[in-house]
Design a protein around this ligand. Sequence first.
Ligand SMILES: Cc1cc2nc3c(=O)[nH]c(=O)nc-3n(C[C@H](O)[C@H](O)[C@H](O)COP(=O)(O)OP(=O)(O)OC[C@H]3O[C@@H](n4cnc5c(N)ncnc54)[C@H](O)[C@@H]3O)c2cc1C
Length: 314
Amino acid sequence: MNRILVIAEHAGGRLNPSTAKCVTCARAIPQAEVTVLVLAADGAPVAAQAATLAGVARVVHTDNPANAQPLAAVLAPQIAALAGPYSHVLGPSTTFGRDLMPRVAALLGTSQISDIMAVDGDRRFKRPVYAGNAIVTVEVTSDKIVGTVRVASFEAAPAGGNAAVESAAPAAGIPTHTRFVSVSAGKSDRPDLQTASKVVSGGRALGSAENFEILYRLADRLGAAVGASRAAVDAGYAPNELQVGQTGKIISPELYLAFGISGAIQHLTGIKDARTIVAVNKDSEAPIFEVADIGLVADLFQVVPELERLLGAG
Ligand SMILES: Cc1cc2nc3c(=O)[nH]c(=O)nc-3n(C[C@H](O)[C@H](O)[C@H](O)COP(=O)(O)OP(=O)(O)OC[C@H]3O[C@@H](n4cnc5c(N)ncnc54)[C@H](O)[C@@H]3O)c2cc1C
């Protein structure tokens, strides 16, 4: 029996879909018994959501005012204190998990396997290297396995579970050297980039933050999230949190619309798992056309308004 501990990601009392994807990864491990751990100020509502995921045997929540914000320095010791009986401790390879899981691994005296994209056995996993250009199979030799799950590689576990929910007392000695001061996050009514089914994305070709507005308008017509290449972010046309790619977000939408993006490998690694890629680029030789399912050699400043007009008319 492999006992897997999945660390829940949540905010505002809602379970992030990344947790359901981690559960699918956990269930792929042979003879898995999956427990979800919710660390929160008041974890019961999130635990109740996790309990409905198919394949989850148990949900444990540890309630503590110190857990009101997901500070890695505060959460990691609590996870390490509870990790004893588990063979695997998994978290999502989102910003939350990338921050948290290496600390958990360090506290448990083991190394971390990052970006698990497939499970080949209870200690064997596949993960991408060289910006997704190659896939390596790694075998973990340490007793306890700590890893992050590449959420774009796994479907969310469906509903239908009815796991037992229990609470665990907070660990003693939670560090106080790190405390929450404030969070600065972009506010948007658009779908979350990492979980959106449609994404409209723009590159350097947009030329300015003002021009980028045409993509926001198109995205709103489509009910899509907005993404950007690093060149567009570095130039200040779009905020950091919209960056897609190796050093941005790894996404897996049903539909990815790329406007004026050349298709550098570091960008493509972020959209490898997109179902349908549509590219609009003036240059017929642009590498994005090698991965696009539908390609249009055209000026985006003509195509985007035209698309918007057609969608508006529809
Ligand atoms: C370590 C490292 C990490 C990186 N991480 C990332 C990452 O996470 N994400 C990322 O995106 N990049 C990343 N990069 C940068 C990456 O290498 C590219 O520089 C970047 O993706 C290019 O962005 P772009 O396609 O918008 O710009 P460009 O490469 O300049 O492409 C602009 C494209 O727009 C087209 N175009 C111009 N005008 C129009 C028009 N009017 N209509 C239609 N098409 C037009 C051009 O033909 C061109 O193909 C990284 C690089 C490094 C070294």
